[in-house]
Design a protein around this ligand. Sequence first.
Ligand code: T46
Length: 137
Amino acid sequence: MDGITTGRIRCYPDGRGNLFVAESGKDVPFDVKRVYYISGVTDRDTTRGSHAHKKLKQMMFCVGGVCDVIFDNGLSRETVRLDAPDKYVLVGPGIWREMTNFDSTATLMVLASDLYDECDYIRNYDDYLNYLKGALE
Ligand code: T46
């Protein structure tokens, strides 16, 4: 789907464990202004997200455990399973997302291109479709 890209970041394993690196400008195609993470989701049926961002770019990782992120561009849907700490999905602006199927150990970490701004969110799906329609006109 246009607007989302999956990949793997660098990992430096040694006898002490694994070290993962994501650097702005090298691995992350934007300056990281904010980091947040979600953990402690105990019910697999829980859905988070259910919104799109107008401008924000994000890089998402499940640094522990597993979760699914369902992406929707108004025409099609695609599920990305984040099930390894080096696996990421880059998300551009204007993509609806829902996060679900968290296992109890899942920690979903997000690197974001901007500070928190509630005005950047579209939290209603019909508003999202109208926003896309407006963007095409
Ligand atoms: C996203 C997905 C993957 C803040 O005050 N500052 C912040 O930086 C964030 C991210 C959230 N909040 C507050 C706003 C709400 O009162 O935390 C509360 C929960 O946020 P929200 O309902 O937006 O959480 P999710 O899990 O639905 O979505 C979050 C991010 O908001 C969003 O950018 O893409 O994770």
